[in-house]
Design a protein around this ligand. Sequence first.
Ligand SMILES: NC(=O)C1=CN([C@@H]2O[C@H](COP(=O)(O)OP(=O)(O)OC[C@H]3O[C@@H](n4cnc5c(N)ncnc54)[C@H](O)[C@@H]3O)[C@@H](O)[C@H]2O)C=CC1
Ligand SMILES: O=C(O)[C@@H]1CCC=N1
Length: 268
Amino acid sequence: MKIGFIGTGNMGSSIIKGILSSKFEKSENINIFDLDKEKVNNLVKEYGVNAVNSEKELAENCDIIVLSVKPHIIPVVLKNLSGNVKKDTIILTIAAGISISMIENTLGEDKKVVRTMPNTPAQVLSGMTAVTFNKNIENSEKEIIFKLLNSFGKSVEIEEKLMHAYTGISGSLPAYVYMFMEALADGGVLCGMPRNKAYEIVAQTVAGSAKMLLETGKHPGQLKDEVCSPAGTTIEAVRVLENGNFRGNVIEAVAACTEKSKEMAGEK
Ligand SMILES: NC(=O)C1=CN([C@@H]2O[C@H](COP(=O)(O)OP(=O)(O)OC[C@H]3O[C@@H](n4cnc5c(N)ncnc54)[C@H](O)[C@@H]3O)[C@@H](O)[C@H]2O)C=CC1
Ligand SMILES: O=C(O)[C@@H]1CCC=N1
């Protein structure tokens, strides 16, 4: 299967790395188009993927076209694709706030469109991607898309209207977690821990905590309680976090992200 990427920045290149390292597809079946020739040359050199010179050339040679440019560039790309997309080609968008109907309006309602929201951990095969399909996608094609998305992590089908909230709790989430981890390491450094050791300790502990939530099936509050000894160390930290409105701030952050996604889609 030939997969084409229009835009190979942070997210496009993360998916390419994921697809190649999971061996879902071979590098000769990956076509890329990006206006930034340096990025293209680096990917061609490092991964052996094929560079093409236009959206049209990409459309002619691909079964799946991934739209991985910034949302405001999507209309430009769609205009260049218009009239060049074959009947059975699947258009897969990863852009925040770009709806299926926006794509159908330019390319035609008969086109096969998949809307997704991935995240950057795709490049280490630990991505989490939400997906929603338009009416033209057949069950056999859904299976192919799930295989593709699962090759670089996990995926979940959601209603299109939930894509905004999903962006708040997954697409954008790695950034908040990295901020939390950076701050944790800063705290460690403040208390005398060498920085490189602090990052390793924090990353392994965050990964372990996430694994516990996934594998034990316990409520996060219970897992938290299991760490807090009476009059112990942890509850002191919990008190400070709660005095700073930790959970309230996180909820507000997710809501702000969700609202921004709606605004970008013109739904506000
Ligand atoms: N960065 C992230 O964590 C995530 C991003 N997304 C979505 O992925 C899309 C891309 O985001 P990033 O990769 O972060 O952006 P980016 O800026 O890193 O990459 C965009 C790429 O598009 C290229 N480009 C610009 N105009 C172009 C054109 N007319 N034709 C072809 N290529 C063109 C740029 O040179 C750049 O390499 C966005 O729509 C964003 O909403 C979705 C989930 C997560
Ligand atoms: O910040 C953004 O708009 C994109 C969408 C999800 C993650 N990054």
